[in-house]
Design a protein around this ligand. Structure first.
Ligand code: NAD
Ligand code: TYD
Length: 353
C-alpha cells in the first residue's frame, strides 16, 4: 500500500479516489483536517477496506514512525501543505510549520523507515513530493515557460515555503540517497476545490449573487490543469520517474484571470441562467491587487511528455465544463465547507478591497 499525506484536501482526495479506481492498491491517508481538509471528500470510501484514514499532523514524528511501522508502505505521496497564497500573506507561520518543518519531519521518518527496509523493498521505495510551479517565481509575457532547470525564485510566503520543502527533498536524496521524486505542477482546478481559490470562488459567488473579485487588472496569467490530469501525472511519475528527478506538470493552457472569470460566467449563463436574465459577468468587480502578485506562470511539460509519455487528457473547455457542472450538482458540499471559520476569512480578506 501507499501512504498519502493531505488526502482530505482538494488534490489529495481526487488522487486517492482515482488511485483506488485505477490501481486498486490500498491507501493510508494522514491528514490534520485543517480548514481545507474535509473528510466528506472521501465519503465514497466509507466501508472500503482498502482505505485507512488517520487524523494527524505530518510534523508528529512519533505518529509517523508508528504509521510507517504498522502499514509498511511501498511509497509516500506527500500532498499535505498550507496551500493558499492569500492566507500565507496574512499569516505565514502555519506555512513554515507545515510546509517546511512538517516536510522535514516526514523526510526524517521516511529515511529511518527506508534505511531499515530489506534490499528489494528498499530499492523499490519512493517518496513523491508534490510541489508547485510557483517556486520558480514570475515570468514576463515573452519569457519562455518554466523548465526544470529554471532557478527557484519564490515571491510569496507560500511559494517560499514550498521551495524550501523542495530543497529539503532534494538534499535528502543527494545526502542520504532517499529515492525521492518531485513534481512541480501549475494551477489545478476541478471538483472538491475549496472555494477560496479563484475558480471555485467565482462559481460559488456567482451562484450566490455575490461580487466576483478580480485582483488588480486581471491580466495575470496562470497555466491551468484539470485535477484529474495532475493525478494521472503523479501516478505516472511514481511508476516510472527516475529517483532524484524533478518533473514539471502543466496543461499548455495559459489564460488571464479575467478570461477565466468571463468564461465561467458564460458557462453558468448557459447551464444555470440568472433568474433576472442578466449576465453573471455583471457581478465582476475589480478589487485591490494581491501584494507581490506574480504576473505570469507557464509550465514547459516537455520532460514528462518525452520521458514518461504523459499528456493531459482534458482541454480547458472540457475540464471547466465538468468542474462547473460538479459545483452545480453539489450545493450541499459547498454549503458544508462554508463553515463559520471560512466566512470569517472571507470577511477579513475582502474587507479592505
Ligand atoms: P488543500 O489546501 O486543498 O489541501 C491540503 C490538505 O493538507 C488538507 O486536507 C489539510 O487538512 C492537509 N494538511 C495541512 N496541514 C497538514 C499537516 N500539518 N499535517 C497533515 N495534513 C495537513 O491543498 P491542495 O490544493 O489539494 O494542494 C495539495 C498539494 O499540491 C500542496 O502541497 C500544494 O502545494 C500542491 N499544489 C497545489 C496546486 C493547486 O493548484 N491547488 C498546484 C500545484 C501544487
Ligand atoms: P489562486 O486560485 O489563489 O491561485 P494562485 O495564487 O496559487 O495562483 O489565484 C489564481 C489567480 O487568481 C491569481 O493570479 C490571483 C487571482 N485571484 C483573483 O483575482 N481574485 C480572487 O478572489 C482570488 C482568490 C484569486
Amino acid at each position: 500500500m501507499i501512504l498519502v499525506t493531505g488526502g482530505a484536501g482538494f488534490i489529495g482526495a481526487n488522487f486517492i479516489l482515482d488511485w483506488l479506481a485505477q490501481t486498486g492498491e490500498g491507501v493510508v491517508t494522514l491528514d490534520k483536517l485543517t480548514y481545507a481538509g474535509n473528510l466528506h471528500n472521501l465519503d465514497r470510501l466509507q466501508g472500503d477496506a482498502r482505505h485507512v484514514f488517520v487524523h494527524g499532523d505530518i510534523a508528529d514524528r512519533a505518529l509517523l514512525e508508528r504509521l510507517l511501522a504498522e502499514h509498511q508502505p511501498r511509497a509516500i505521496v506527500h500532498f499535505a501543505a498550507e496551500s493558499h497564497v492569500d492566507r500565507s500573506i496574512h499569516g505565514p507561520e502555519d506555512f513554515i510549520q507545515t510546509n517546511v518543518v512538517g516536510t522535514f519531519r516526514l523526510l526524517e521518518a521516511a529515511r529511518q523507515y527506508w534505511q531499515a527496509l530489506p534490499a528489494p523493498e528498499k530499492e523499490a521505495f519512493r517518496f513523491l513530493h508534490v510541489s508547485t510551479d510557483e517556486v520558480y517565481g514570475t515570468l514576463s509575457p515573452t519569457d519562455p515557460a518554466f523548465t526544470e532547470q529554471h532557478n527557484t525564485l519564490p515571491n510569496s510566503p507560500y511559494s517560499a515555503s514550498k521551495a524550501a520543502s523542495d530543497h529539503l527533498v532534494r538534499a535528502w536524496h543527494h545526502t542520504y540517497g532517499l529515492p525521492v521524486l518531485t513534481t512541480n505542477c501549475s494551477n489545478n482546478y476541478g471538483p472538491l476545490q475549496f472555494p477560496e481559490k479563484l475558480i471555485p470562488l467565482v462559481i460559488v459567488n456567482a451562484l450566490a449573487g455575490k461580487d466576483l473579485p478580480i485582483y488588480g487588472d486581471g491580466q495575470q496569467v496562470r497555466d491551468w490543469l484539470y485535477v484529474g490530469d495532475h493525478c494521472g501525472a503523479i501516478r505516472r511519475v511514481l511508476e516510472a520517474g527516475r529517483p532524484g528527478e524533478t518533473y514539471n506538470i502543466g496543461g499548455h493552457n495559459e489564460m488571464t484571470n479575467l478570461r477565466i472569470v468571463q468564461g465561467i460566467c458564460a458557462l453558468l449563463g448557459e447551464l444555470r441562467p440568472r433568474a433576472d436574465g442578466r449576465p453573471y459577468a455583471s457581478q465582476i468587480t475589480h478589487v485591490k491587487d494581491r501584494p507581490g502578485h506574480d504576473r505570469r506562470y507557464a509550465i514547459d511539460a516537455g520532460k514528462i511528455e518525452r520521458e514518461l509519455g504523459w499528456r493531459p487528457a482534458e482541454t480547458f473547455d472540457t475540464g471547466i465544463r465538468k468542474t462547473v457542472q460538479w459545483y452545480l450538482d453539489h450545493p450541499e458540499w459547498v454549503a458544508q465547507v462554508q463553515s463559520g471559520a471560512y466566512r470569517e476569512w472571507v470577511a477579513q480578506q475582502y474587507a479592505t478591497a
